[in-house]
Design a protein around this ligand. Structure first.
Ligand code: ADQ
Length: 470
């Protein structure tokens, strides 16, 4: 079996993969340890051109090499802050209104992809398989192919793939999809995302899609598949239980004085529906006076991408809403919304989830949303909380035990909260069992192993020439 090469925008450090990192880092690292290989990507540092060109920096951990490079200010601005996060992210989350398009940024995006690919080529061996992650790196395979790489290359998109009518808003949409056709295998989070890609291929690229997912487009053949990312539910359950009587949980419990707890955890991002969520919670207090003073929403949302203008705006909007709602419904000893702009360790979050009666996860669009899955896994089976989940999270297709809501329908969301707050124990247990079974059936290992199995089974391109790279 050949080595595995993982490429992602950010690379978790060897310490992060063992400590507080999210499930994804742990899952990918597990596969790397098994097969041996390289994890390649940006170090997260902005550096001088000399330092950037000197990379990659290599760090060895057993059979895994962590290979990282720094980005220059210009590359960071155009590739990361610009085209990736100010064009692709909003459009792929159906927010054309928040997107901008600058030709120079797109050129920078392609230039950085080509530069990174060139750096990786030197580390490749002929029978390696290469797994590229996410929207920052769409042109990566095309760049590798132009350097003569014929290894199998797969791509997994962690965020939604938009319907063609939305994608058409990005001027170089055709080039992007053409770049995607340079992969051997494209993985999507949901059947809806896969279908959107197929729709583009057949309607706008004169391509074809066979019933078993073989795509022919731009003179190339590739496969697509749905691989729903998961978590390791029993590990999370164990972690949440282990930390349930730690200081932070006891302090929270004491401060709640018997009030019901609704928990929300997100990156501070406009795709997560935070403003709409606060308004639905406000509606609960407005429509159900009996809950005033008796239920608290804890929203943990550390800022991300805070140098992108739209992220500064969502932060202001949310601070305004939290202040307004708290001004309206607080008492001398009661604050309805506790809005925490801080990062918390993973184990702390899991134990807080276990303590709460509701997990409130209402993105406007989300590839999967692992918080929803982590919330379910962290519950105490003897007294589980209820997940209130947006139909626009990829996780909604799997978690049939959740109360599904449309985040744009404030009254509908408010009614789901009322229902969850009053749900009897046997109904909560039944729903929790259903969702735990779904999480176990399709855990993070299944996601990773099925993608890699399918990628390894693809024929090597130009195998007549012997694979590998020039
Ligand atoms: P994200 O948009 O970051 O990921 P999500 O899947 O919810 O969204 O979270 C990923 C990880 O980050 C989870 O393990 C979660 O616990 C952690 N996390 C989120 N908020 C946190 C906070 N405030 N503090 C600490 N940890 C936090 C993208 C896509 C998602 C997709 C994932 C994985 O946008 O749709 O599910 O990738 O494919």
């Amino acid at each position: 079996m050949g080595r595995l090469i993982v490429v992602s925008n950010r690379v978790a450090t060897p310490t992060e993969t063992k400590g507080s990192a999210g499930g994804l880092a742990v899952g990918v690292f597990g596969a790397l340890k098994d097969a041996g290989g390289v994890w390649f990507g940006w170090s997260g540092d902005v550096v001088s051109e000399t330092v950037a060109n000197a990379g990659p920096m290599l760090e060895q951990d057993g059979a895994v090499t962590f290979a990282t490079v720094g980005l220059t200010r210009k590359d960071y601005d155009q590739y990361y802050r610009g085209f990736s996060n100010a064009t692709l992210w909003p459009v792929f989350h159906y927010r054309n209104d928040l997107a901008r398009y600058e030709r120079e940024e797109y050129a920078g995006y392609r230039r950085v992809n080509a530069w990174l690919a060139h750096k990786l080529v030197k580390l490749l061996e002929p029978d390696d398989i290469i797994w590229i992650h996410d929207y920052h790196l769409i042109p990566f395979a095309e760049a590798l192919r132009s350097e003569g790489v014929t290894n199998r290359i797969g791509f997994f998109l962690h965020i939604p793939f938009p319907a063609p009518q939305i994608l058409l808003n990005i001027p170089p949409h055709e080039e992007l999809v053409k770049s995607m056709s340079c992969y051997d295998l494209l993985g999507f989070q949901t059947a809806t995302d896969q279908q959107a890609f197929h729709d583009y291929v057949t309607r706008h690229a004169r391509g074809t899609v066979s019933a078993d997912g073989l795509v022919e487009a731009f003179g190339r053949k590739l496969r697509t598949g749905v691989y729903r990312i998961g978590v390791f539910p029993d590990e999370i359950a164990e972690q949440a239980k282990r930390y349930e009587s730690r200081q932070h949980v006891l302090e929270l419990k004491q401060s709640l004085e018997g009030r019901k707890l609704v928990m929300s955890v997100d990156r501070l991002d406009y795709s997560k529906g935070l403003v709409e969520r606060f308004r639905a919670f406000e509606l609960l207090l407005e429509r159900s006076p009996e809950w005033r003073g008796n239920v608290t929403l804890v929203q943990i949302a550390p800022p991300t991408r805070s140098d992108v203008a739209t992220y500064q705006k969502i932060r202001q909007d949310l601070e305004y809403e939290a202040g307004r709602i708290n001004g309206r419904y607080s008492g001398l000893d009661y604050t309805p919304i506790r809005y925490l702009n801080q990062q918390y360790d993973r184990w702390k979050l899991m134990s807080l989830f276990r303590e709460s009666q509701i997990g409130f996860v209402t993105p406007l669009h989300d590839g999967m949303n692992l918080v929803a899955k982590e919330y379910v896994a962290a519950q105490n089976p003897d007294d589980p909380g209820v997940l209130v989940l947006s139909i626009f999270a990829g996780a909604a297709a799997e978690l049939s035990g959740a109360l599904l809501v449309n985040p744009h329908d404030a009254i509908g969301v408010c009614e789901a909260l009322q229902r969850a707050l009053q749900m009897p124990l046997d109904a909560r247990q039944r729903r929790h069992e259903i969702d735990m079974a779904a999480l176990r059936k399709n855990d993070l290992g299944v996601w990773r192993d099925s993608f890699l199995r399918d990628l390894r089974s693809m024929p090597v391109r130009g195998s007549g020439e012997g694979g590998g790279h020039k």
